[in-house]
Design a protein around this ligand. Structure first.
Ligand code: GTP
Length: 680
């Protein structure tokens, strides 16, 4: 059928050119490249004459919003594909830049106000931070050619660094965004090295040049001196106002190489992300390295060797948009009837059954930095909470999950997180997305102990055997331990020189050892400190911000273990030990921490009908104490007369308040008390 013939039957009088439509092609696919029109309805060729209606292309409705237009992915050969991520320090404008690029390419409408469009989760919108990397495809015309650009917006906070490292595996280049006012910060350095070590092409971008205090020239000097990048390669933009943004995509096309992929080789696809959909099960993000993938194809996992049938596939444009196929070099989503985390294993390679390929390197496993117990508020919710955790970990593969139990809290799990913010966000997502009501116990970093030949927790250990202590409840008796080790991190701090003294004092208080001190430019200092992780996870960020008026930034990486004089600080409520509140601390900090914990618990445990003694102890020695005075709580005391409804309401509210507490001995403890212990 000829396109001209279709146009004669259409209502609008339009200029047209001949396009051949095969019987299997949907008519809309051939009109796709004819940008002046959009096609409403998506009839089969046979019914096209009666159904279609041509309308002039309108900028108000973006191309991607035309759900009826099916994309023909074969129009994007490997040479016309670019896969790139946006990386930066927290708040330097990644998501805002992503908004502008999506608008510029007509992927989302520019008529509505787009605010961090790719921050889709409720927790991201509420906190104004990105916690989950998001992929979006864009179609962009450059010098008369159409390109398929796959963009991944990544989080900036160190706790979500695993998202960045995974995203980079699906890319050949990055936009390294730096705030024109704040300059290079700790995560800028960390992200630069992630991209550099992955051999990716780096396009430096100085953002927020519209700010009154912007100093792009000095920031360009920092980029040049720290990363050895030529100043003339740096793009200057304001993502908020759109200034200079049009220079980004031509640079992406000209500077970032197309993927080293070949459609003629056997299928080889990398699973780099996944999420759960109630109706479709696990949906996975695949980067097709070689070959082609079509709806109905069978694919096999290199990890589990299980075979699946591709039920649906397509690109994120910016939401899921089905296509008939995904070809070499392209990045998209695939629905293939996978139901749990083990099936959608991050880093897995997929191939066609009978055509095995060498598995891709995958990813290094995420290394949990803090562990905490997670228990249902009510044991009857155990199964539903297990299913919620399974689904959420499908979306966040950096969380480790092991079954655990506690005498007071019942059956639950010990979860490993990349940091406290990560733990907080996971907890919030469980509550918001799965309506779960949970208790999270005091988090702890993974300590180690070398044991003497001994029997602990019903296990027999040989001499010098090392155990990892993820839970303070399992801290061995000091008589049984040869020595203890604590995890260390190598911290990077960038600070204006006027705060140097306070920053150094803080690091010393936190038992840090300086490794290096260098000047980034005439007024900014780049410090490296080896610090105990235990001192960092609690409140180091907050204290660093406070001593530097918010100007210093911090990032860290794992730096092995170091021998340390550790003890278990036991917490007793009315003389009954509460294992879930115990903390492992350095001996020199035990009194200080004990006092702070007792004071915090006093604030967060409500007054009860009897006096409550809160004690911190090392072995049998009490090192701190607080007392909560008794209260005879009579909520009806002021309800005179016969206002029955009000009385009922008050009684109900009191009962609801009680429901949120857990009983330890005779003391009721609200779930907030566990985490308050950390905020010293
Ligand atoms: P995270 O994902 O949390 O790391 O943040 P981000 O890097 O994605 O930054 P985001 O786009 O959320 O922007 C952070 C703040 O900077 C927002 O308030 C933006 O409005 C603002 N912002 C971004 N770009 C510009 C710019 O060019 N000029 C100005 N003045 N503000 C900007």
């Amino acid at each position: 059928m000829l396109f001209s013939k279709i146009c004669r039957t259409a209502k609008a009088v339009v200029p047209c050119r001949n396009v051949t439509v095969t019987s299997s092609t949907r008519i809309s696919a051939c009109c796709l490249s004819y940008r002046k029109f959009r096609l409403v309805n998506c009839p089969t060729p046979r019914r096209v004459q009666t159904c279609i209606q041509m309308k002039p292309y309108s900028a108000s409705k973006t191309f991607s919003q035309q759900a009826d237009v099916e994309l023909d992915m074969s129009q994007f050969p490997v040479s016309h594909i670019r896969n790139f991520s946006i990386i930066a320090h927290v708040d330097h404008g990644k998501s805002t830049l992503a908004d502008r690029l999506l608008e510029l390419t007509g992927t989302i409408s520019s008529k509505v106000e787009n605010k961090q469009f790719l921050d889709k989760l409720q927790v991201e919108k509420e906190r104004g931070i990105t916690v989950k990397a998001q992929t979006a495809s864009m179609i962009y015309e450059h010098e008369g050619e159409r390109y398929l650009l796959n963009l991944i917006d990544t989080p900036g906070h160190v706790d979500f660094n695993y998202e960045v490292s995974r995203s980079l595996a699906a890319c050949q280049g990055v936009l390294l965004v730096v705030d024109a006012n704040q300059g290079v910060q700790a995560q800028t350095v960390a992200n630069f090295y992630l991209a550099f070590e992955s051999d990716l092409h780096i396009i430096p971008v100085i953002n927020k040049i519209d700010l009154k205090n912007a100093n792009p020239e000095s920031v360009a000097n920092q980029i040049e001196s720290l990363f050895d990048i030529n100043k003339k390669d740096i793009l200057h933009i304001s993502a908020k106002q759109g200034t200079g943004v049009s220079s980004i995509l031509p640079a992406v096309i000209n500077r970032i190489p197309s993927p080293p992929s070949d459609p003629e080789r056997p299928l080889r696809a990398l699973l780099f992300d996944s999420w759960y959909n109630r109706y479709r099960g696990a949906i996975v993000n695949l980067a097709v390295m070689d070959g082609r993938l079509q709806r109905g194809d069978k694919i096999q996992s290199a990890f589990s060797e299980k075979t699946y049938e591709v039920q649906d596939l397509g690109i994120m444009y910016p939401d899921q948009k089905s296509t008939m196929q995904l070809l070499a070099g392209q990045v998209g989503y695939v629905v293939a009837g996978m139901h749990n985390i083990r099936e959608a294993s991050i880093g897995d390679t997929f191939y066609k059954p009978g055509h095995p390929v060498e598995a891709l390197p995958g990813f290094r496993a995420a290394k949990p930095m803090v562990f905490a117990g997670l228990y249902p508020m009510d044991q009857s919710e155990y199964l539903s909470l297990r299913s919620a955790i399974d689904r959420l970990t499908l979306n966040d593969s950096s969380v480790t999950v092991n079954r655990d139990s506690s005498p007071a809290l019942g059956q639950g799990w010990r979860l490993g997180f990349l940091g406290l913010l990560h733990m907080d966000v996971f907890n919030q997502r469980l509550e918001q997305e799965y309506n779960a009501n949970v208790i999270v116990t005091v988090p702890s970093v993974p300590f180690k102990s070398k044991l003497k030949s001994t029997k602990t927790n019903q296990k027999l250990y040989g001499p010098n055997q090392e155990i990892i202590i993820q839970n303070p409840a399992n801290f061995p008796d000091p008589q049984q331990a040869e020595c203890f080790y604590e995890p260390m991190v190598l911290g990077t701090i960038i600070t204006p020189d006027e705060y140097l003294r306070e920053v150094i004092n803080l690091c010393t208080r936190k038992r840090g050892e300086q490794e290096s001190l260098t000047y980034v430019d005439s007024s900014r200092i780049y410090l490296k400190y080896r610090l105990p992780l235990n001192e960092v996870v609690v409140d180091f960020f907050d204290q660093l911000k406070s001593v530097s008026s918010g100007y210093a930034s911090f990032d860290y990486e794992d730096s092995g273990y170091q021998e340390a004089d550790l003890i278990k600080l036991r917490i007793l409520l009315n003389s009954k030990e509460v294992d879930e509140l115990a903390i492992i601390v350095h001996r020199t900090k035990s009194r200080e921490v004990g006092k702070a914990v007792c004071a915090k618990l006093k604030e967060s445990i409500p007054r009860q009908l009897y006096e409550v003694a809160i004690q911190a102890a090392i072995g049998s020695k009490i090192v701190a104490r607080e007392t909560i005075k008794a209260l005879r709580k009579n909520v009806l005391a002021k309800c005179y007369g016969g206002d029955i409804t009000r009385k009922m309401k008050l009684l109900k509210r009191q009962a609801e308040g009680k429901k949120k507490m857990k009983k330890f001995g005779n003391v009721e403890v609200p779930k907030e008390a566990f985490l308050s212990v950390l905020k010293r």
